[in-house]
Design a protein around this ligand. Structure first.
Ligand code: BT5
Length: 325
């Protein structure tokens, strides 16, 4: 029994009130222990009313996730079997890579309420105030190393699909790692890998979703290109429900990926907003411009240059120059 059980009991009470005696009975501890847990919850920012004849009632909660709440309804075969939840860390990806080196199981998830050194690609920063989702999943897929980029695509499908399923918003994927709503970035993915030449040791799939933060918390130059789910829906979004849908979706898409990668590529094509557009791709000191024609079996973007040559691109930043005509 811990304070999370008390919290769940308070939350699931129909009348709102639960007596100390009932809490003690249902959680199997003394009333003094219940009282101590209540005090602990109050120190964490929960407001709990106590009325002698009625008991305790939860009147307001801080916006933090509770792992037992998150796990409820999650039929995790792999992803989310283990969930590590932290109030703050430098980067969930860095911590997940560390845990993976130390042998953490396939599917372990690391979630933080805020990151002090959130990472984007190529040494860029991911602004990570409270109110959003920051999570990293440790994966140990038995697939060849050259298939690793497909994990980013698989993750992007799961994120876009979870936003659609949970909130009914048409989120789209911009190759390789952005999730956009109306052209603005709502989520980003960062995949890191430890591998031998012919074997993946582990991959960490990091996902950051802008949920309830105030857009003004972003650096001014990022504000123009980014948005949040709360801004799009005009209301506060339940992060735990979204995280649950996302983890269940990752489980589904990861199993599909292991069985038949083509399913993931098909879903990616359905959800992407890159193909069919004229794009500029920058990366590795070069700049290409052409028509985004397709995606190959290894997740590379195929660009048709103006001279008709087809050029596969492994990594880079894509700007849409001109939309589909
Ligand atoms: C990404 O990189 O989009 C990868 C983001 C991955 C973040 C997750 S959070 C959990 C896990 N732990 C980590 O440390 N990271 C992962 P990239 O495509 O390089 O985009 C980075 C750029 O996006 C920055 O240079 C900014 O311009 C912009 N940006 C930064 N923070 C943002 C935010 N919160 N929302 C939208 N755009 C942002």
């Amino acid at each position: 029994m811990n304070k999370d059980d008390i919290l769940l009991a308070l939350r699931s009470s129909r009348s709102g009130f639960v007596s100390g005696a009932d809490l003690a009975a249902s959680t199997g501890v003394s009333r003094t222990a219940v009282w101590k847990h209540i005090k602990k919850l109050e120190r964490e920012g929960y407001l709990i009313e106590a009325i002698p004849s009625k008991g305790y009632r939860l009147t307001s909660s801080p916006d933090v996730m509770i792992v037992s709440d998150l796990k409820r309804g999650l039929k995790a075969r792999t992803i989310g079997r283990e969930i590590v939840h932290l109030t703050e860390t430098a980067s969930t990806n860095t911590l997940a890579m560390d845990l993976a080196h130390k042998g953490a199981a396939d599917g372990t998830v690391v979630i933080a309420e805020t990151q002090t050194g959130g990472k984007g690609r190529l040494g860029r920063a991911w602004t990570s105030p409270r109110g959003n989702l920051y999570l990293s999943v440790i994966l140990r897929p038995a697939v060849p190393v050259h298939k690793a980029p497909l994990i980013t695509l698989m993750g992007a499908v799961a994120v876009a699909a979870a936003i659609r399923e949970n909130l009914g918003i048409p989120a789209g994927i911009k190759w390789p790692n952005d999730i956009l709503i109306d052209g603005k970035k709502i989520a980003g993915l960062l995949t890191e890998m430890s591998a031998e030449p012919d074997r993946i040791r582990h991959i960490v799939l990091g996902i950051g979703v802008n949920v309830n933060m105030d857009v003004r918390e972003l650096p001014p130059e990022v504000r123009k290109t980014a948005t949040t789910l709360a801004a799009v829906t005009g209301t506060r979004v339940d992060r735990t429900a979204l995280a649950r849908t996302l983890l269940a979706g990752l489980e589904k898409w990861y199993q599909r990926f292991l069985k038949n990668e083509a399913d993931v590529l098909d879903a990616w094509k359905e959800l992407n907003v890159t193909l069919g557009n004229r794009v500029a791709v920058s990366g590795a000191g070069t700049m290409l411009e052409g028509l985004a024609r397709g995606i190959d079996a290894e997740g590379r973007l195929i660009i048709r240059l103006d001279d008709g040559t087809l050029r596969p691109v492994t990594a880079g930043d894509v700007t849409i120059v001109k939309g589909k005509t």
